[in-house]
Write a protein that binds this ligand. Structure first.
Ligand SMILES: Nc1ncnc2c1ncn2[C@@H]1O[C@H](COP(=O)(O)OP(=O)(O)OP(=O)(O)O)[C@@H](O)[C@H]1O
Ligand SMILES: [Mg+2]
Length: 230
């Protein structure tokens, strides 16, 4: 599905992601981990075309997408849910859906509300009056309505109450079981290991680890060295 090969990216004169390569196979969840400032969000933004790669290649099903606009990349089947969620405070839940919806999306409102039952009674509510968890669900739902095959999720559990985290985690599992491929940035190692089959770790903009979730679960040394666990 997604192949990233040796990308360099950054802001102004600063290169913050160096030589990063990763794969997201069809229908899988792959996690990208690393400490604050490691370059996780920059990697997602580069895949989405929001940051222009300075070198390397990004391809979707073998077709290059690096250099394309975010809009064109979205049309090719990639959707991005940023860390900051970026919902429109004055628009209702339903307004968000209306704006995002692509004719070809398989995600009917019925399916969206089956995934996020909490949103259904809130459909007329403006986003500014939603809780953080509800806003996160709205941000994911909006992304789904653009009919992606690959979803880039940046720290969906961040700042949420445990019970809401569980609901979001369950929704990610269900999206995968409905055929989506997901590249997940997570700070919470337990969540990443629970959801993902494969894990990459970034440190200071470079990939320092790649392995299966089962492998990383056993590897206390890597967890301690790069994730500050233990
Ligand atoms: N818009 C920007 N302009 C300049 N530098 C930036 C910008 N965004 C991020 N950076 C820098 O790039 C580096 C990587 O940031 P990035 O947001 O990709 O890290 P991250 O792994 O997502 O961190 P976090 O876990 O805190 O979200 C950091 O040093 C950060 O300060
Ligand atoms: Mg980030």
């Amino acid at each position: 599905m997604l192949t990233v090969r040796a990308i360099d990216a950054g802001y102004g004169p600063a290169t913050v992601v160096r030589g990063v390569s990763l794969d997201v196979p069809d229908g899988s969840i792959v996690a990208l981990l690393g400490r604050n400032g490691a370059g996780k969000s920059t990697t997602l933004k580069t895949i989405m075309g929001l940051v222009r790669p300075r070198g390397g290649e990004i391809a979707l099903d073998g077709v290059r997408i690096d250099g394309a606009t975010p809009h064109a990349i979205n049309r090719r089947g990639v959707a991005y849910v940023p860390e900051e969620r970026r919902v429109f405070s004055h628009l209702s839940v339903e307004d968000h859906f209306t704006i995002a919806r692509r004719a070809e999306t398989p995600w009917t409102l019925e399916r969206i509300f089956a995934l996020f039952p909490k949103l259904e009674p809130l459909r007329a509510r403006r986003a500014r009056y939603l809780s953080g968890g509800e806003q996160q669900m709205l941000a994911i739902a909006r992304a789904l309505l653009t009919a992606p095959r690959l979803l880039l999720l940046d720290e969906p559990s961040q700042g949420l109450a445990p019970v809401i985290v569980d609901a979001v985690v369950e929704s990610v599992r269900r999206m995968r079981s409905e055929g989506l491929s997901i590249l997940l940035v997570e700070q919470d190692l337990a969540i990443a290991l629970h959801l993902a089959t494969h894990v990459y770790i970034l440190e200071s903009g470079e990939l320092v680890y790649s392995g299966s979730s089962a492998e990383l679960r056993q590897n206390a040394a890597v967890q301690a060295k790069y994730l500050g666990v233990g």
